[in-house]
Design a protein around this ligand. Structure first.
Ligand code: COI
Length: 348
């Protein structure tokens, strides 16, 4: 005891038994989740507890099951080379959940409650944070109406729950081949496309399944009003590049204000690119030099091709792309390889 060998032994990071290099984007059950309840009488969230990860009980008539009154968030914890753990812009997720809660008539945790819950969940599942450079721990906060709710009205009880899973690449294949979806839409003006409502996601399954059956990786949605402008993928924001100008649809209601989207815009500006948040006609996408997708799960991925009305356009790929430069900077900051001058990372 007290020998150098002992100290070195105590200092070794304990890891869960995971084949880190095989991780895709699927649930690996971890040890703990965090749960905090809100009831109308107290009008506030309870203290919140860490419990073993497992199934939860819900009334068959609960607001989340019957009317989809729920929101989720997604953020990642990364392991630095020195084994310490970094969260990426967690406060942004807390604020986005508050914005969504307002839209969905739900109470929301304070920023501090959200941050404490995320930190506790990550620390309790520390052994599941992949080794440096081999993935991330994806943290999934959920906010849902849990009281019985037969009539169409907001629930009177809510649960805020945070769980986590180690993840690797969102799309595993080498290339992202998108097809433009012109029959169904992800979001409509005045709807919930601009918040992270759970109800935004399953409506894309039909288009996504059909696209996958035809060999595409993902779909690119168009705006519901005119069908002329691009919106998003099934779970990512989209950027196009031409002559050093980077354009992306504005987050004005039908576009999810992605935190990776926002970070990429800020990084691109520091590199001197002109960034335009504006309606992007599909014709301009077909004429672009590069197209790339961003998201917490996706990070930054170059699009290899887009197919629109049977016509396939291919884009620049590889190490020399702007997308790759932005990806390297973003992930460098996230994993502690690049000095975080933006103040985005939170060490825990
Ligand atoms: C995320 O990137 O966190 C997302 O929301 C995508 C998710 C739906 C898989």
């Amino acid at each position: 005891m007290g020998s150098l060998e002992h100290l070195v032994e105590c200092d070794k990071t304990e890891y869960a038994n995971v084949n880190w290099d095989e991780l895709g984007f699927a649930l690996t059950k971890t040890d703990y989740m965090f749960v905090m309840n809100w009831c109308k009488d107290g009008e506030k969230f309870s203290e919140g507890v860490l419990t073993r990860f497992g199934n939860i009980e819900l009334c068959p008539s609960s607001g989340i099951l019957n009317y989809g009154q729920g929101l989720f968030e997604g953020l990642k914890a990364y392991r630095k080379e020195d084994e310490r753990i970094l969260l990426f812009r967690p406060e942004e997720n807390a604020l986005r959940m508050q914005m969504g809660a307002d839209r969905m008539c739900m109470p929301s945790p304070t920023v501090q409650q959200f941050l404490d819950a995320v930190k506790k969940t990550v620390l309790a599942n520390k052994r599941w944070v992949p080794p440096h450079g081999r993935g991330a721990l994806y943290v999934r906060p959920l906010l849902m109406g849990t009281s019985p709710n037969l009539g169409v009205k907001p629930a009177s009880e809510y649960t805020f729950l945070v769980y986590a899973s180690p993840v690797g690449s969102y799309h595993k294949g080498p290339n992202l081949n998108l097809v433009v979806e012109d029959k169904t839409h992800r979001a409509t003006p005045g709807g919930t496309g601009g918040v992270k409502a759970v109800i935004n996601y399953s409506p894309v399954y039909k288009a996504l399944s059909e696209a996958k059956a035809k060999g595409f990786t993902d779909v690119l949605f168009l705006d519901a009003l005119t069908g002329k402008y691009i919106e998003e993928g099934s779970a990512c924001n989209v950027f196009v590049l031409k002559e050093n100008v980077i354009s992306t649809p504005p987050a004005h209601g039908t576009i999810l204000p992605g935190i990776t989207r926002k970070s990429i815009i800020e990084i691109a500006l520091t590199f001197g690119y002109q960034v335009e948040e504006r309606a992007v006609p599909i014709e301009q996408v077909l004429d672009a030099e590069e197209v790339f997708c961003t998201g917490t799960a996706m990070v930054v991925r170059s699009v290899a091709s887009i197919t629109y009305k049977e016509k396939r356009i291919e884009y620049k790929m590889g190490a020399e792309t702007v997308a790759q430069k932005l990806y390297a900077t973003l992930t460098g900051i996230q994993t502690g390889l690049i000095e975080d001058k933006m103040g985005w990372t939170v060490a825990i």
